[in-house]
Design a binder for this molecule. Sequence first.
Ligand SMILES: [Zn+2]
Length: 205
Amino acid sequence: MEQVDTHTRGPAEAVKPRRRCGIDIAAAGAAAEAMLRALDVDLDVVDRRETPARMARAFVELLTPPAFNPTAFDNAEGYDEIVVVAGIGFHSLCEHHALPFVGTADIAYVPAKMLAGLSKLAWVVQLFARRLQVQERMTAQIADWLVEQMDPAGVGVRLRAEHLCMSLRGPHAGGSSTTTFAARGVLRDHPDRRREWMGMLAGLP
Ligand SMILES: [Zn+2]
């Protein structure tokens, strides 16, 4: 539905995976129970007794970034064309409603000294998805993380997602899709390379 281009942003905030040591699952369960009861949900039914605890565990899962080992390889052959990994599925939680937004990421980069392990490009999407997010920030964080990790000649990230806070409430705009871009290096500054990247994106489903 909307198109947001983040390539003109200034330097994004530093990207450091956060340490998460403050999870109190019992308190989260109690809070979930309080919220459901405040919403007049009857929890005194056998099959719902565990619902607050399940809800708490589900949110822990949704808000816990995965641990992974970033792998990179020497670009011994000097590959200098665009690499695109397309259609990486992700889900995140919008920080305004704590409702999911669900979609796909297309990650492009132009190698310099290093080649990325391709699975790394999928892992980094999950790293920034499993937290309260706004799509624009998540797009920029993925791009900046790849720049930091690999020092490539260029990075281009496109996210397309349906936000359930728009589909299930508010305007009830079911089926709408929000697209965001972040570009760094030659994919931002070199017009031919940028056009080539955009052309590759246009050819994707
Ligand atoms: Zn929202």
